[in-house]
Ligand binder design. Structure first.
Ligand code: FES
Length: 167
């Protein structure tokens, strides 16, 4: 008999895990980005289709691939739902805590699953502006949340061992 205690996932986490929205790669995305580490599989890749709508850059479509746990799949799924239809500037402001709250709360041991999802979004936004002039709302320096993502990745790699970075 297993002695493992099930994690106290909220009904919403379980719902999104069992029936994820926007799952799968996107053909010809405007931009894509990943966060996490292929070393252990705690990883998310986010795809965005961005279009100019009346002079605003709007996320028309968002999909993801996840190789993480139930919380990671649920976080990525709810993130893609939240950012669809938002301008990039609005999407940039979404925090991992908002994702966790939207899911009815994550167990503390699973906060990093939400941090990785938002980290992928921040990287996708930076990749979108790569080589272009940054808009005034996008700081040149990495934000605390972006640094947090890198710390999570370093921790994952320390625990599971190094592996080549995915692009
Ligand atoms: Fe959920 Fe690491 S992505 S435990």
């Amino acid at each position: 008999m297993s002695s493992r205690i099930p994690l106290p996932y909220s009904p919403k986490v379980l719902k999104y895990f069992k029936n994820p929205k926007n799952l799968g790669p996107m053909e010809n995305p405007t931009v894509e980005a990943m966060a996490g580490s292929p070393a252990c599989g705690d990883m998310i890749r986010l795809y965005l289709r961005i279009a100019d709508v009346g002079g605003e850059e709007v996320i028309k479509e968002a999909t993801f691939e996840s190789y993480g746990c139930a919380a990671n799949i649920a976080a990525a799924s709810v993130l893609t739902e939240l950012i669809k239809g938002k301008t990039i500037k609005e999407a940039w402001k979404i925090s991992w805590k908002e994702i966790s709250d939207e899911l009815g709360g994550l167990p503390p041991i699973k906060y990093h699953c939400s941090i990785l999802a938002v980290g992928a979004l921040k990287r996708a936004v930076r990749a979108y502006y790569g080589g272009k002039e940054l808009p005034p709302w996008l700081p040149k320096e990495l934000t605390a949340e972006e640094r947090q993502t890198m710390e999570e990745e370093e921790m994952i790699e320390r625990i599971y061992g190094r592996s080549p970075k995915m692009k």
